[in-house]
Design a binder for this molecule. Structure first.
Ligand code: C5P
Length: 454
């Protein structure tokens, strides 16, 4: 059924392309959206068709009003659209519309509407990049080898819960095609690209209390465990360690995390995905994903797309953007650590970023707080930041491990009650509320969490 549906949608798309239509692509600005867009671009670049790409943060009425298409254009939405059929349905009377998405879909039938979403078939472990990969593979099997690594990168960026049966199948295809290698080992950022002590210093996921954030502690930690940081005059990277050293280091990190009562202290082990044909800076799928995420949050998604397309100049630029992004994030975390914008209530921690923290950083900050020792990990954490254009307040919520509350339902209800909207997942959700409603937001969340416990 799923594969037949895929064939049908791909066939309809192919027909439109063969009739020489122009293609208007709208994709989401995060890692998953950027990789999805590039995967489709790879196909379009092989045709003689004109196309236009627009990357957006949200699909809104305003965004739709800016899309001007007629019957000579087909419209494609990637990584968004499934839950917003009401916003796009006017286009169905104009031309053919394709939605390739993995968010909770709304059913709607129209002869011009081609909706491909694995959730219709109960499949919930595919990223949008993987959905787009399947689609492009159905259009042209030969392209699979060129884009499968991007499918994996989007998955790593989006599927925080890890890969399931269906996503693993795509990884397996990448392995068979000789483009991806799966290696079990320590999951630390910078396996290929950083000295080990730097990888430890910058490790936020997993967070290593006492070591994350401190270069000197990281160096000392390695020395205490007999791991040399240098070989001759060259810094050693994680990939340079012997298996024995990797084991020793992993045990030491686990013990350190246990000392701080980390649940899942052992979750530093897992699958690492090595992308065979990518340069060293982005050979690790997690690092590639982080780089793209940084480009997007720094509003340079164009650089992200060029990196995905293999442009080496863009990679240099992206590496600089990543450094700026890290610096900014570190400054924000320092501000939060100093307690400047933290509001502790009985039931939750609130980071009131107001205009001091950019909208695009607030969700990363609450994600880090939820796994770090900077804020209490006994309570849910929420962040609030005024949007870039000042028109609304972006909110973000995270639930620490072991805390049982469905934050998606909570945020969806609270935001709606305040005249905004929200959604997401059980443990990580986001939304927007009108400006001036911040106090009400805090009070409503508090009240709901309180009721939840009684
Ligand atoms: O924005 P933030 O990163 O906090 O959102 C957490 C998760 O909730 C993300 O996966 C995001 O895509 C999702 N989300 C959503 N609908 C919203 C806001 C966020 O599905 N309105």
């Amino acid at each position: 059924m799923f594969s037949q549906h895929l064939e049908r949608v791909a066939e309809a798309f192919r027909r439109e392309c063969e009739s020489g239509k122009n293609v208007f692509v709208v994709s989401h600005y995060d890692t998953d959206g950027i990789t999805s867009a590039t995967i489709l671009l790879k196909y379009l670049l092989g045709t003689n068709l004109n196309f236009h790409l627009r990357i957006v943060k949200h699909l809104t009425q305003d965004v739709c009003e800016e899309i001007s298409v007629d019957e000579d254009w087909i419209l494609v939405f990637l990584d968004l659209g499934s839950g917003h059929v009401d916003l796009i349905k006017n286009f169905f009377d104009v031309t053919k519309v394709f939605v390739l998405d993995h968010h909770v879909p709304t059913e709607h039938s129209h002869p011009n509407f081609f909706h491909f979403n694995p959730m219709f078939y109960g499949i919930d472990d595919l990223s949008a990049s993987m959905v787009t990969y399947l689609f492009v593979g159905a259009l042209d099997e030969k392209l699979k080898g060129e884009v499968v690594d991007l499918a994996v990168v989007g998955g790593v960026g989006d599927l925080k819960g890890g890969f399931g049966k269906n996503s693993r199948k795509i990884v397996d295809e990448g392995v068979e095609l000789g483009k991806v290698v799966v290696e079990r080992g320590i999951k630390l950022y910078g396996r290929y690209s950083r000295p080990i002590h730097k990888a430890l210093e910058y490790s936020y996921e997993p967070y290593i209390p006492g070591i994350t954030g401190s270069e000197s502690n990281a160096v000392q930690f390695l020395a205490e465990h007999g791991i040399k940081v240098k070989e001759g005059d060259k810094w050693r990277r994680l990939c340079d360690l012997t298996l024995e050293e990797q084991r020793k280091l992993a045990t030491a990190i686990i013990i350190e995390r246990l000392r701080w009562k980390e649940e899942d202290a052992g979750d530093i082990f897992g699958d690492n995905y090595t992308l065979v044909e990518r340069p060293v800076e982005i050979k690790d799928a997690q690092e590639f994903s982080t780089l793209l995420n940084a480009c997007s949050r720094m509003k340079r998604w164009d650089v992200g797309i060029r990196v995905c397309l293999g442009d080496e100049k863009a990679l240099e630029e992206a590496s600089r953007i990543l450094e700026e992004y890290r610096k900014k994030l570190a400054d924000y975390l320092e501000m939060v650590r100093s307690g400047e914008c933290i509001v502790e209530t009985k039931k939750a921690t609130f980071v009131r970023g107001e205009e001091r923290i950019e909208e695009d950083f607030i969700s990363t900050i609450v994600s880090i707080l939820a796994v770090s020792d900077i804020a209490s990990r006994e309570k849910p954490i929420f962040g609030l930041a005024v949007s870039d254009d000042g028109s609304y307040v972006k909110v973000s919520g995270r639930v620490p491990k072991g805390y049982d509350v469905n934050i998606r339902d909570l945020l969806a209800e609270v935001c709606a009650e305040l005249g905004g909207s929200g959604g997401g997942h059980r443990v990580a959700a986001g939304g927007m509320i009108p400006r001036g409603e911040e106090e009400n937001f805090i009070n409503l969340v508090e009240k709901r969490l309180d009721n939840h416990e009684h």
